[in-house]
Design a protein around this ligand. Structure first.
Ligand SMILES: [Ca+2]
Length: 231
């Protein structure tokens, strides 16, 4: 039977606790689902531009749920996320959402205390009419499916996404591009919009020097215990 002194036990316990917290602890990224403010107002976290990820971005609008395209077309908003679009209401005005791609954009920051390589974002999105691309910092994210691509309307069904690479320290730019298809009888346009709901957005902190020191102390304790065992 090998005996380890009480001090050694405490050291090992402390070291393992520090190691566990360094592995398990994750910071939450400050990123917002679409439409978390009042319907009919500008979304302070999202902007949009016509086209595939470039151009002049303007504030996206949180679409009023009064009338079309709600009540039958778009999925119903929830407290977690709402539809955003180039305009706050499509009732009586469809002329400014032509057949085109539209890119919606949000930003978030990974601070110096966090390791960008460990960031992970999970969520789901819907698009009117179909999803074209998810892009992080100018690079397309590999996704298995896009809204509206595999049966079912893109504006009534959730399509999940996971982003596990392409993050950078400092400001990150996340874009969702949709394609507005079809035209109404007058060929003047029809609603387009985006809904994104994040279910998790985390990043691991960079271990502090004190953590390394304590882990080193724990390792020294383990080695010492082994030497005693052999003795
Ligand atoms: Ca449409």
């Amino acid at each position: 039977m090998i005996k380890i002194g009480e001090n050694m036990k405490k050291t090992l316990l402390l070291a393992s606790l520090v190691l566990a917290s360094a592995v398990a602890h994750a910071d939450v990224l400050n990123i917002y689902s679409t439409g978390v403010s009042a319907n009919g107002s500008s979304d302070t976290h999202w902007t949009f531009a016509q086209g595939l990820g470039s151009g002049v971005f303007s504030a996206a609008q949180i679409v009023s749920t009064a009338g079309f395209p709600f009540n039958g077309a778009w999925s119903a908003d929830t407290a977690t996320s709402s539809w955003i679009a180039p305009r706050a209401s499509y009732v009586g005005n469809l002329s400014d959402s032509a057949y085109s791609t539209y890119t919606f954009q949000t930003t978030f920051t990974i601070g110096a205390g966090d390791n960008a390589a460990t960031a992970l974002i999970n969520g789901a999105w819907q698009a009117d009419n179909i999803g074209v691309q998810v892009s992080l910092n100018g690079h397309a994210v590999a996704v298995s499916t896009l809204p509206g691509a595999s049966g079912g309307a893109g504006y009534q069904n959730w399509t999940p996404f996971t982003i596990s690479s392409g993050f950078q320290q400092g400001v990150n730019t996340l874009q969702f591009t949709v394609l507005n298809t079809g035209t109404d009888a007058g060929n003047t346009g029809n609603p387009t919009g985006l809904r994104v709901e994040f279910s998790g957005a985390t990043v691991s902190p960079v271990p502090e020097p004190e953590s390394y020191a304590l882990m080193g102390l724990g390792l020294a304790g383990v080695l010492l215990a082994r030497r005693r065992r052999r003795a």
